[in-house]
Design a protein around this ligand. Sequence first.
Ligand SMILES: Cc1ncc(COP(=O)(O)O)c(C=O)c1O
Length: 460
Amino acid sequence: MPSTTASSPESNACWQQRSRRNVWHPCTQSIRLEAVPPLPIARGEGVWLFDQEGRRYMDATSSWWVNLFGHAHPALNAALKNQLDRFSHVMLAGCTHAPAVELAERLSLLTGHALGHCFYASDGASAVEIALKMSFHAWRNAGRGGKRRFVALKQGYHGETLGALHVTDVPVFRDAYAPLLANAHLVASPDARNARTGEDAAAVARRAAAELETLLAGQHDTIAAVIVEPLVQCATGMAMHDPEYLRLVRALCDRHAVHLIADEIAVGCGRTGSFFACEQAGIWPDFLCLSKGISGGYLPLALVMTRDAIYEGFVDDDVARSFLHSHSYTGNALACRAAVATLDLFDSEDALQRNRGRAARLLQRLREGLEGQPVDHLRQQGMITAFDVREPGTRFAERFHLAARAQGLLMRPIGNTVYLMPPYAIGDGEIDQLVDGTLATLKAVMATNQEEGARDVALA
Ligand SMILES: Cc1ncc(COP(=O)(O)O)c(C=O)c1O
């Protein structure tokens, strides 16, 4: 049990206070830090995180979708300790090393060598920057420098550096910086929730693709690439679409000589049910961005995979035709070693197969529990499950987050969308705890909605 008191230097309150003083928290409205103090995490084990005072919380969002096999996994820890005793980092220009080589080889194999070369970076947004730059540069090397614009999907999210933000369409992240951003073409999202009467998800996909077709037919001479989040637009609120959309986009890109960039930063590494989401459509993009789960959620690592033919276009005596992009920590050996060990776990834990059972149990339990609740669009794609709350009331996401803490869950709804994206390490009993806790949280939050509503009526 907690052995600390509120004033003890190891108490939650003490760390919260110190954090507020000197840490600028990401994606956080700092004025709300008093009402929603950050959880001071002391350690993790499997799907659980423990605060300074020993209370545990299930990491139901895999810590922003990065953690795959749980916290402090013995195999990942051992792989990292082993690498640590050899060396941690060396620059990847002029040097190379086993973890970077092995990771690139293994990933290429996973694409059946369709994507033969791997360029390393750190966070997801840096991978998106690289893919955008590579696409433009590849066209320039091919004598088509006029192809310099990008097509992105409405509701899409690709990160928050300026290049990535220009292809992002989530107002809360984008609007303040709009004056700094280049113009991307925005086309309809294939979000299956947009189905009109009589339409299924594939029909929504065809309708969205038709809009892209019109754009590409008219303007392909100035367009370098289309960037998509295959199967799930996560950051907008887990908007899911039919794989038919990806097939159609691939065909349109081929027809109009436009690159396809698949941003699998959130949806890759098994999250949607297959290792790469694109596999479910039977297509490969020209550039594929990975990050988040690839290092098992241990270390910042991102990468862009591309076709050998595109790589070859950069192999030239002329320095202007080379891709001279670099980051200091590109190909960090510890991060790459964590990634290779993560790929090993996919095999040794038969993760993709076992996740099918996990996902089915979660959906079934949730479907039963949500019967009669004020929610819409219960949906699932692999290990991503979500539903939308009707009439969520004010500050819904924040109130839900706090109420979930009381249930021992770490959750962060997006707007009125509640989603469950637990690590693959989750066991049957833990799935039940997750579902029960989510339902209890929903009921508690909806009850306070009613109280607030009643107070408003009383005051009116
Ligand atoms: C699809 C997608 N692309 C890019 C990013 C940006 O990654 P990072 O936050 O590591 O920069 C994210 C992050 O959530 C994402 O979901």
